[in-house]
Design a protein around this ligand. Structure first.
Ligand code: BMA
Length: 333
């Protein structure tokens, strides 16, 4: 099974506007009315490293141009101008667009060192423990340009990112995958940060997380997290995820979740399906060796995977949907 990178990758690079001068990565993408719409995580600079969300569109899913010359979602809209909004994931449910984002409520400087985690220092005040200290939230829109913050979906004191909403309700409830970092240990049933599932009637109150999948393979190191919104197929929810090995190399894995009970993994490939190979996936401004898929679109039977490359630019890759489904079904549990 071969995932084909777009030959002119990277498809989106930083530059052009001040607010996206150093990086554009980890995008959301959706196909609507004959066009692909992408939301990029855009960084203005490294000192401080602050991110906003920009909107682009494309006719073919590979050549994107900006819809607006300014961001469409910002930390200011959260009442937290010193914070940052990151890693958008989009789904459309009952005619409305939902954007799940990760939010760090502080501002920091980033000094890349070329070897995995760069050095971060706070700009004002004290940084919360660990640079990833993240709260996830939801914004809603009817046109993808005007986003309104709806609510937080994780508690303030739990580092919980890689939250991904399923594109339709399951048994009448919203469902999302999540990754509460501290839910680790015997009492949680996992030895490293894992993928969990919660349900909600109204998007505001979420059920206690149920464990879905734990790190199992060497390439997943001690940590896995959800990637892009699961895709409904006849066989179940086809779900991309990422694994981080001990050298901080980010790779992509694939699993299939039960249609009615997505806490149940019905197939999972022990091998990754993508790893950093190209220069733009190995070398970047912030963290090297990262493929971080946050979006997928199925068009004419082809799965388009959109991913952040080394926290700097955006790549696209494709594979026929039936091929990847057939591949993961080889590993039924
Ligand atoms: C994760 C998140 C992503 C980032 C990735 C690689 O923990 O912070 O936003 O792209 O690390 O640095």
């Amino acid at each position: 099974m071969k995932i084909k990178r777009y030959e002119k990758n990277p498809i989106v690079i930083p530059g052009k506007y001040d607010w996206r001068m150093v990086a554009s990565f980890n995008p959301a993408c959706i196909f609507e009315d004959g066009k692909f719409y992408m939301l990029e995580r855009a960084c203005s600079g490294l000192k401080p490293l602050q991110c906003r969300i920009g909107l682009l569109k494309s006719d073919d899913g590979f050549n994107f141009e900006h819809v607006l010359d300014k961001p469409v979602f910002t930390p200011e809209q959260l009442g937290c101008p010193a914070g940052t909004v990151e890693d958008p994931r989009i789904t459309k449910i009952d005619g409305k667009y939902y954007l799940i984002f990760a939010h760090r409520p502080f501002n920091y400087n980033c000094y890349p060192n070329g070897i995995s985690e760069p050095l971060y220092t706070p700009v004002i005040g004290k940084m919360f423990e660990g640079i990833n200290m993240t709260r996830s939230g939801i914004a809603v829109s009817e046109n993808m340009i005007d986003w309104e913050f709806k609510c937080w979906i994780t508690p303030p004191d739990v580092d919980d990112r890689d939250n991904v909403l399923f594109p339709q309700k399951i048994n009448g409830r919203f469902a999302m995958l999540r990754r509460p970092m501290d839910y680790v240990g015997e009492e949680y049933g996992c030895s490293g940060p894992s993928i969990w599932l919660s349900y909600s009637e109204d998007l505001m109150t979420w059920s206690d997380p149920e464990l879905v999948a734990v790190p199992e393979n060497d390439w997943e190191g001690g940590k896995i997290g959800a990637a892009s919104p699961p895709i409904l197929t006849d066989e179940g929810w086809l779900t991309l995820y990422h694994g981080v090995d001990e050298n901080v190399v980010y790779r992509v894995g694939i699993m299939l979740l039960d249609k009615d009970n997505p806490a149940k993994v019905i197939a999972r490939s022990p091998e990754f399906i993508m790893e950093p190979e190209e220069y733009y996936e190995k070398v970047g401004l912030i963290i090297p060796n990262v493929i971080f898929p946050t979006a997928n679109v199925v068009k004419d039977g082809i799965l388009h995977i959109y991913y952040g490359c080394a926290d700097t630019c955006i790549g696209a890759a494709t594979v026929p949907l039936d091929e990847i489904l057939e591949y993961v079904l080889k590993y039924k549990i």
